[in-house]
Every structure is written in C-alpha cells, then in structure tokens.
Design a protein around this ligand. Structure first.
Ligand code: AGP
Length: 615
C-alpha cells in the first residue's frame, strides 16, 4: 500500500504540497519516496530511500541549484511500501519512460507485469527498476499517439491487477492524468488548483470538496477542470462529496485507531495476500518465491516453524495445515527457544521463519541458526527488503500493507492465509488429489467474505465486549484448529486492554487452571461447529459450574449453545481449516472494544514496540 499525491495549480507551492501530502500518507508506506514535476517543458525527478524527510532534504539541496523545481506548478509524488523490488532509489517512484516524456506513480500490484515487461523490452523499452509499476509508464508511452486519455485507456486495458496511478507528461503542461482499479484515487477540488491522492489525508488540509473515482475511471486534471471518462473514453459524472474529517481522522480513514482500520482492512489485505497465488489449472498454489522445484519439495521430510508472539500463533496454525494437508511432520518453536536449544536439523529439513516486521531479533537469530545447520530456510514476512527476507533466499510476502497498530491483526490473518497456500502446495506435491486441491482453493477464496461477514457484526460484538470490560482476568479456550486462535485472542486482549488473559487448550483447564475460575473470571470459549465442538460444550459446562460467565464463538445457526452460555458471537460457517480466520477477527474486535471501553492507548500500548529488535 503506497501513498500517491499530485498537484496542479498556482495558488500553492507545488513541491511543498507534494511533500506535505507524502508526510500525511507516510503511514501507508515509508521505505522510499520521490517526486516529479513539470519544469520548463521537462520532467525533473528526485527520489530517495528512507522516510519523506530524506527526500525533503535532497530536494532542498537540489532546489538550491535548480530554481525550476521551486517554481514548478504541476507534479506528482509517492511514498513507497515495497512489494516488488527492495527499497532502493531505482525502485522508488516516480518511474519514467525512456524519453523522459512521462512520469508515473502507482499504488497496487500488477499481476501480469512480467509479460508486459518482456513485451515492452522486445519493443525497445529500457527498464531501470525491479518494480511491477515501471511497466505501466512504458506501456502508456508505447500506446501514446497524441491523446493522453486514449493512451492511458489502452494501457490499463492490458493490465491485470490493481492500480491507482497519477501521470504527468511533457506533452501536456499543467495536466495530471489519473486512473484506478482496486486502489483508491480521490481528487480534491480547489480554486484554480486540483489535488489527487491515494486517500483523503493528503487533501483535507487544502479542500473539503472531493471526488472519488470508480474502478476503470480515468480523469484528466488541470487547475480549473476535471474531465472524467470511463475506459471506453465515454464521459462519466461522479458526485462531489464534502469531507468533514480532520487530517488525523483522514490518516485512519475515519477509524478511531489504526488497529481498527487494520482489522477492517483484512478482507482487502487477505485478497492481496492470495492474489495471483491460486492456480485452478493445476489445482494448487503458485509460490515461486519458495524457489523449490516439485522434486526438491518432495524431498523435504520435516518442517520447523520459528516465530514470536502473534506470528508464533500463526505458525501453530501452519503446523496443523502441513500435517493435515501434506502428512508432513511439522513442529512450531518459539524462535528464542529454537536458537538456544541446539535444534536437530537435517539437509531435508525446512525451517520457515514468520515475521510481520522481518526484524524480530529472536526470529532473525533462528534463521541464522537454521542456515548454519544447512536447513532449507524460507520466510513469510510483510516488509519487503527487511533483514529476515534478505537473509533467507526464499520466501513469500504478505502484501498486507503497513501494519501501524502495535497489536498485529491483518498480518496474522494474512500469515495464516499464506500458510494455507503453502500447505496446499506441499499437499498437492504429495497425496492431496486434484479435487481436494480445488476444494481447498475455493475455501481459501471465500475467506475475505467470511471476514467481512464478521466485520458486519462489529456493533453486536462491541455490545458484548462492553459487558466484560471491567474484568481483571480472562480465559480463552479452544481445541484443534481453534486452540492457536484462543492463544492469539488472549494475547490481543492482554496487550491492548492490560487485562490478564490466558489462552489455554480447553482440555487443559481441568489440569490446574480451573482452580482460578469464579464468577468474576469470564471465559471466551471457541465452540464453532468444527471437530471438537461436543467436547467444548463439556468444557463450557465445567466453567459454568464454577460460576464463570462464558462467551462462546459459535457457528451461525447454532441456537443450542445460547442455552448454556451468557453471550454468543456468531461466526459464518466454513471448514475447520478456514474457521480460524473469521473467528480471530471476532476476537480482535472483542479485544479492541474492551480496550476502547477501558480508555487504553490502543495503537501504542504501554511497554510494547511494533518490532522487537532486541533479544
Ligand atoms: C502482536 O500483536 C505483538 N505485537 C507481537 O507479539 C508480535 O507479533 C511479535 O513481536 C512478532 O513480531 P514480528 O511478527 O514482526 O516478528
């Protein structure tokens, strides 16, 4: 998820507006940034690695020498969250065509960029970056015959994937052309000035009158006019909205906290994590980042997953998936434990390191330990170019976008989705039939919709949460595929509400913890209709017999459970191997609303850091 800003007009300093906009979008991605402006009939572009401040310094140094940048009145800018290609100046946006006539910034993922790139190279285009985005600007240049609309329409017809783009051209002064499919583009209407951005945070300081483009809309923008057409070049009218958010609210897209925004982003984030990885023709997943041939894959006889915290819980899901889908002995290990216990690894052992940040010290150390023991090491990370990804020669990115809230939410569900696809691949490399593979793929595709259904019940979950916000102690219990979810739910509650919450296997309660149950110790029981539910009902009775109030997650339509618990949170029906994702979404919301009721600092809980880069 990247940040895009464009400005054309003479009322404000173009470069300052672009930089100010990037600063307000920095939460969307911040590993590199760049601007391009139209100056004296040429495109001047400056890019830098690192945060927007680095770019600002570089512009100030260069502006001292070239007044053209300072006097420019039309330009585009970008702050990058790398998806294809590490964070380098070459890979930073804007990207330009060979002749320097077009500059482009892009937010999204182009699935067919390799084919586009090969075709454009054959036509003589020279690529300078590793990104998917650069293919678009060369494509526009290739399609250009004098009409900018026609060129952009022709180009986006060839694109598969998602994009929000803004383009400037030496051939069209005082003009920006913008288009979107799957990634937001909003246009701010000023007086003799127009701003375009990937979201409101870059705009609301300058104007409250905005237009949101629809998919496959193309807009030609000048300081005094906005001409919107569809991909067939037919004019379309889009209503002007009036925004009353302040910039703080806009950065969170109107949500009160980044954590809540990221919980609600999960349908889109999981869709992005899955995008391009499921192949119906072979009924398996395509995970080229693993760099494993089918033969090499078939030689792997053991998997060890190393991670910390929420990623550890995601790894526990992976253990179930790999053993169930692929009959592969799999072991989850807390990364710090792994590195100090002198793990037994053979050449056919595969170690998978899971880390949202890609910087967690213990997980990085586990990667190094596994590497020096000669294991096959892969990573599942969210941050492109992070240390763990650079030290593992194979891996899969989550494409979940920046996760700002310290409590991990969308990264967890995307990690689980990626592990489902990995287990499917190993399974189809072994005994999983084509039919079974197709069934699993179809269930994976349904996950974003399952999550959305849970998100639609947020008001009901908030009501339940408020009833338990004064608890001092909480138990989360689950079985089978929902056991790791119970641990994750407990972690969410403790880290943002500071309630002492413990996650336990439901069968483990009677081996000691049940001594703690009493009427002011609520229990969250994960009793969805998957294998183990009948035993969960027995565990619920054990808790009620000790006067503990019980909240149950249950599969929609299960009316029986209402009679034995205090509150029910309904989860849409799905197979046991995907039930974990909508269920954890409900627990994320539950924890969020408890913490909100308690007035906690949700995005930055006390004592916690987003990335634990120390032992
Ligand atoms: C998750 O809510 C926590 N903030 C924490 O447990 C986190 O999952 C853990 O520190 C691992 O981080 P990583 O995924 O970036 O390696």
């Amino acid at each position: 998820m990247c940040g895009i800003v464009g400005y054309t007009g003479k009322k404000h300093d173009c470069v300052n507006i672009l930089l100010d906009g990037l600063r307000r979008l920095e939460y969307r991605g911040y590993d590199s940034a760049g601007i391009a402006v139209l100056a004296n009939g040429k495109i001047e572009s400056i890019k830098s690695v690192g945060k927007v401040k680095k770019l600002q310094d570089k512009i100030n140094e260069s502006a001292a020498s070239t007044t053209s940048i300072k006097t420019a009145s039309t330009g585009i800018a970008h702050t990058r969250w790398a998806t294809h290609g590490a964070p380098t100046e070459q890979n930073a946006h804007p990207h330009m065509d060979d002749n320097g006539d077009f500059a482009l910034v892009h937010n999204g993922i182009i699935e067919n960029y390799q084919a586009l790139k090969e075709n454009l190279i054959k036509k003589g285009h020279t690529f300078r970056s590793e990104t998917d985005s650069e293919a678009i600007v060369h494509l526009i240049s290739e399609c250009y015959e004098g009409d900018l609309f026609q060129a952009v329409a022709a180009a986006i017809k060839k694109i598969e994937g998602t994009f929000g783009i803004a383009v400037i051209s030496t051939k069209h002064p005082d003009t920006i052309i913008t288009a979107r499919r799957g990634s937001p583009i909003v246009i701010g209407i000023g007086n003799s000035e127009t701003i375009v951005a990937s979201d409101l945070a870059a705009i609301v300081s300058y104007t409250r009158r905005v237009i949101f483009l629809n998919d496959d809309d193309i807009a030609l923008i000048t300081p005094d006019n906005i001409d919107i057409r569809n991909i067939e070049n037919v004019p379309v009218s889009r209503e002007t909205a009036h925004i009353d958010w302040d910039t703080g609210a806009a950065e969170k897209s109107g949500f009160d906290h980044f954590m809540l925004k990221e919980i609600f982003e999960q349908p889109e984030a999981i869709t992005n994590a899955i995008r391009g990885h499921l192949d119906d023709s072979s009924a398996t997943s395509i995970l080229s980042g693993l760099n494993l041939s089918p033969r090499e894959m078939s030689m792997i006889n053991r998997i060890v997953i190393a991670a910390c915290g929420t990623s550890l819980h995601a790894g526990m899901m992976g253990e179930y998936f790999f053993e169930d889908f692929a009959d592969l002995p799999t072991e989850i290990q807390q990364a710090a434990e792994f590195r100090y216990r002198n793990p037994i690894l053979e050449p056919n052992s595969m170690v998978i390191a899971i880390s949202q940040s890609g910087e967690t010290a213990d997980t990085l150390a586990a990667v190094r330990e596994a590497t020096q023991k000669g294991a096959i090491v892969a990573s599942i990370c969210n941050v492109v170019g992070s240390t763990i990804t650079r030290e593992t020669s194979r891996g899969i990115y989550l494409h979940a976008g920046p996760e700002i809230g310290v409590a991990s939410t969308k990264a967890f569900t995307c990690q689980v989705a990626v592990m489902l696809m990995m287990a499917l691949k190993f399974g189809r490399n072994r005994r999983l039939s084509r039919q079974e593979g197709l069934e699993i793929m179809n269930e994976i595709r349904k996950v974003p919709e399952l999550v959305k259904k849970v998100l639609d019940t947020a008001p009901e979950i908030e009501k339940v949460a408020e009833r338990y916000a004064n608890a001092s102690n909480f138990f989360f219990i689950g079985r089978g595929y929902l056991y790791p979810v119970a641990l994750e739910g407990a972690l969410k509650l403790k880290e943002i509400s500071y309630i002492h919450a413990e996650g336990y296997h439901a069968a483990e309660l009677k081996h000691g913890p049940i001594a703690l149950l009493e009427e002011n110790v609520p229990v969250m029981a994960l009793a969805n209709d998957i294998p183990g539910r009948d035993k969960m009902l027995g565990n619920i009775q054990e808790c009620r017999a000790r006067k503990s109030p019980v909240i149950a997650t249950a599969t929609e339509g299960d009316t029986e459970i209402k009679n034995i618990v205090n509150d029910v949170i309904y989860i849409p029906r799905s197979p046991h191997y995907t039930a974990c994702i909508p269920t954890v979404t409900a627990l994320q919301l539950f924890s969020y609303y408890v913490a909100k009721k308690r007035g906690c600092s949700i995005d930055q809980p006390r004592n916690l850091a987003k990335s634990v880069t120390v032992e």
